[in-house]
Design a protein around this ligand. Structure first.
Ligand SMILES: [Zn+2]
Length: 405
């Protein structure tokens, strides 16, 4: 069985591990993978033998990107809206309804083809774990088929029926639907429930109802919050022990302190997810990632890949932006785009359960027993991700031990 064969990768100039046991990085390193897992990590001179040997000649090796926030199940195009925004128009949450109409009109195979194209694009850029959301169907049938299509390609699927009130729907009746029959119909296909808590989308009362309904079904919760202005979303995320709260362009000191405190004394808290490509594409202020890290919050960086506000799957672009404009170090940004995303998805420790209830190895980290998700750069260090912004530096990608790029 070829998948049980072992492979040793040698000549790694910089191995970014995210493992505190070795300071998060090993220089002049080697790594052995066996089947879908990492079997050995250490200095090159003490590497064991393996069935196969791959020399990478002084290049950097990182965990694959964990993109913990995307919206890749959709149809249609919003180029005109982007052009209008670049010409000075403001973004409003209602733009989502343009994609809803196109998604409802598309066939399952059209939705699957778009998702496959975007997942392929993300893989070629070094992404090995992808979360994606429903939220462009907004009828029971269209949300269920969106979740089914998503589950065929994505590693984690999130129900976002509470994305926006669809055109022509009564807000109260729609909220009844989302928290009742729609949630019931999608619950078996998703691992978490998300809500867009924002002016023009859902207010605090509506957000609480969605969070209550999801929590009652023992589903994880996450929020889109404080994207367009300050709101109650961060406080609700902490109160309901959300896995993550995402966007975070507008935070006060209390929000930042409470996000940091959510991790006190435990391994389960609320991850603060920043979406730098979205901040740029909507010309909004960049989220205060530096302040979040300085306060002790757990940070994730994700692409928010979607046709309206962030049409990129490039985690390298997000990392470069986080370094150049959000003032993170390269190590901090890489960690947020790998381990941070894994923590948001609850996949950072060995034994996390996949949707079938099967225990899986950790992702977002390179250590013995973790999944062999590896991203080889065509560069001697991870610094080149920010030092050479816009240059495609991905050289090879392994996912669960299988070379995909
Ligand atoms: Zn989003």
């Amino acid at each position: 069985m070829s998948n049980h064969r072992s492979t040793v990768i040698t000549g790694i100039s910089e191995l970014v591990t995210n493992d505190d046991a070795n300071g998060g990085v090993i220089r002049d390193a080697a790594l052995v993978m066996e089947g879908d897992r990492i079997a050995w990590v250490g200095r090159a001179h003490s590497a064991p033998d393996a069935d196969r040997r791959v020399g990478v000649e002084g290049r950097a090796l990182l965990p694959g990107w964990v993109d913990s926030h995307t919206h890749m199940v959709f149809a249609g195009d919003r180029t005109a809206e982007f052009e209008a925004r670049m010409a000075g128009e403001a973004y409003a949450a209602g733009g989502i309804n343009v994609t809803v109409a196109a998604t409802r009109a598309a066939s399952d195979s059209e939705l699957a083809a778009t998702l496959l194209r975007l997942v392929g694009e993300a893989r070629r850029g070094g992404t090995t774990v992808i979360e994606t959301k429903t939220g462009y169907g907004l009828t029971v049938a269209d949300e269920v088929r969106s979740a089914r299509v998503a589950a065929e390609q994505a590693d984690a699927v999130t129900f976002l029926g509470a994305h926006v009130v669809p055109d022509g729907s009564d807000p109260d009746a729609y909220l009844e639907l989302v928290t009742g029959p729609m949630l019931e119909a999608v619950a078996d296909h998703v691992s978490s429930v998300d809500i867009f808590c924002e002016t023009g989308a859902f207010d605090e009362t509506a957000t609480r109802r969605v969070l209550e309904a999801a929590t009652a079904r023992a589903l994880d919760v996450r929020l889109h919050a404080n994207q367009l202005q300050h709101g109650p979303g961060v406080q609700l995320a902490v109160e309901y022990r959300a896995r993550s709260v995402d966007h975070l362009g507008f935070l006060n000191d209390n929000d930042i302190e409470d996000l940091a405190a959510s991790w006190d004394g435990g391994t389960r808290g609320t991850v603060a997810t920043v979406l730098p490509a979205c901040d740029l594409s909507t010309r909004m202020p960049l989220a205060p990632a530096r302040r979040l890290l300085d306060a002790g919050a757990v940070l994730a960086i994700a692409s928010n890949c979607n046709p309206g506000t962030s049409y990129t799957s490039s985690m390298a672009f997000c990392v470069a932006t986080a370094v150049l404009q959000m003032r993170l170090s390269v190590r901090e940004a890489v960690r947020a785009a790998t381990l941070g995303g894994a923590m948001s998805l609850g996949m950072h420790e060995d034994g996390w359960k996949d949707p079938r209830g099967i225990a899986q190895p950790a992702v977002g980290v390179i250590r013995v027993g973790a999944r062999a998700d590896l991203h080889l750069l065509d560069a001697p260090s991870a610094t080149h991700l920010a030092y050479r912004p816009g240059v495609p530096v991905t050289r090879a990608v392994w996912r669960a031990g299988v070379q995909e790029v």
